[in-house]
Design a protein around this ligand. Structure first.
Ligand code: EPU
Length: 431
């Protein structure tokens, strides 16, 4: 397994381009199961979770043509064509499903296409319990029965029928799964208290361009006029993945800590409102245009409290990188992680690097700063904390080693090359 070797303390400078959003690309690929034509995609990030989703589709019978030039703009693996017409299976490969959470989204389109879907408990980041009860409740409302046998979940619907369903709590992947299932249901579905993350309206736009009728995605109430089981979805143009807001936000945080002048290109600052306000509140210079941001290292960073929330609140996926910034802030900052129940564990490693962290309860911690960080050997627990370790190592004095790089590769494309081009000392070394 490779590791990253990082020398901290370098000043970064330059321009960096953000990749396509993992959590949009994965859902687009899953949605292709519903299509009656090949579907072309652009700006697909070359990351491990995308490779896993591609394998999952191929195991079911899809053909994927990677490195096919969809347009003149892109000729690499960022452009690909999925031909879902050969999909015959409605059961997700067990081993692949266990490797990433987004695999569960495929059950929505499988139910729409075959009236049934089966999967093992989906894996992904170890950030607390990640149950699937809301999927079961929502799909039941649409007419899908659920049973569990031999550690496999089975969903089956003789007929999917539109329903009025309210999420107990807004769930991103459950909203996407139900929206996908409802596209080929009979009648109207209304999803209330739905998640509003930008990847959801982007997914709805994609489906609408192909013939679906979805309104309100991006708000808490989504209405889907089902096409019925015989309805067709036909892709006409290549679908472009939106910029990864979590990569962009993490780079902004890195810039605030280490860059004399950093420009982040091909990003969508409008999706990062809460983070940008937190950075400004901490005294960081940030300027944002329609698709770029410019950040400079702050002379003095002020303490600021952070509470994670569903979009448009502060994203849980930026909580770990932001805490690295808080280790360098003057004063006490309180962190309140409200979305997941085990997403502060990584702070134990940050404390071992020299941060002053007080754990209050599983959801709350206090960071008192500023404290110098010292390089260490660490293991990425999940992709977001893994990138936070990279940021901490770039800030720290001395050398750090980060193991379990697979976790980082799940969500970030070529992170070491991108950062090295800015002047960071980071190498991928085969262990
Ligand atoms: N929840 C349930 N039951 C369910 C589903 C969710 O109790 O059936 C709970 C979760 O345990 C959590 C809350 O609902 O407490 C919200 O979680 P949500 O379902 O929204 O999370 P998710 O859909 O599993 C997606 C992203 C995560 C991101 C969260 C929150 C994907 C593939 N994953 O997860 O991204 O943190 O939304 O924004 O879209 C990542 O990319 O690293 C990542 C973890």
């Amino acid at each position: 397994m490779p590791k990253f070797v990082i020398q901290g303390g370098k000043t970064l400078k330059g321009k960096i381009t953000v990749s396509g959003a993992k959590n949009h690309a994965l859902k687009l690929l899953a949605a292709s199961i519903l299509f009656d034509s090949p579907v072309a995609f652009e700006n697909i990030p070359e990351i491990e979770d995308v490779f896993r989703m591609s394998e999952l589709l191929e195991k079911m019978g899809a053909k994927i043509n990677v490195r096919h030039s969809v347009s003149n703009r892109e000729t690499s693996g960022h452009a690909l064509i999925v031909d879902p017409r050969g999909i015959k299976k409605s059961e997700l490969d067990r081993e692949i499903t266990k490797r990433f959470r987004a695999s569960i989204v495929a059950i929505g389109p499988l139910l729409g296409r075959f009236g049934k879907a089966a999967l093992a408990h989906p894996g992904g980041c170890v950030i607390g319990e990640r149950p699937i009860d809301i999927f079961i409740e929502g799909l039941a409302a649409l007419g899908a029965a659920f049973k569990e046998k031999d550690e496999t979940y089975f969903f089956e619907a003789k007929k999917l029928a539109g329903a009025d369903f309210t999420f107990r709590v807004p769930s991103v992947t459950a909203t996407e799964t139900l929206m996908l299932a409802a596209v080929k249901a009979d009648g109207k579905t209304i999803l209330r208290n739905a998640a509003m993350e930008p990847e959801i309206p982007a997914l709805a736009d994609f489906l609408n361009r192909a013939g679906a009728s979805i309104h309100g995605a991006g708000t808490a109430t989504i209405e889907i006029d089902g096409l019925g089981p015989d309805g067709k979805l036909i892709a006409t143009n290549a679908e472009r993945v939106i910029p990864d807001r979590i990569e962009a936000g993490s780079l902004a945080i890195l810039g605030a800590l280490t860059a004399s002048d950093l420009t982040i290109e091909k990003c969508a600052p409008e999706h990062l409102g809460s983070l940008l306000e937190h950075l400004k509140a901490a005294g960081v210079f940030v300027k944002a245009g329609p698709d770029w941001m410019r950040i400079k290292r702050a002379k003095k960073i002020g303490a600021v409290n952070v509470k994670t929330r569903e979009y448009p609140g502060f994203p849980t996926d930026l909580q770990a990188p932001f805490c690295i910034l808080l280790t360098q802030a003057e004063g006490r900052s309180e962190i309140f992680e409200t979305i997941f129940d085990n997403r502060l564990e990584y702070l134990k490693d940050i404390a071992r690097m020299g941060a002053d962290v007080t754990f209050c309860d599983p959801h709350r911690a206090i960071i008192a700063g500023p404290t110098p960080l010292r390089g260490r050997v660490m293991e990425s627990p999940d992709l977001r904390a893994g990138l936070a370790f990279v940021i901490a190592a770039l800030v720290a004095e001395g050398e750090s080693e980060i193991h379990n790089v697979y976790q980082i590769d799940r969500g970030y494309e070529n992170v070491e090359d991108k950062l090295a081009r800015l002047g960071a000392s980071i190498r991928r070394v085969s262990a």
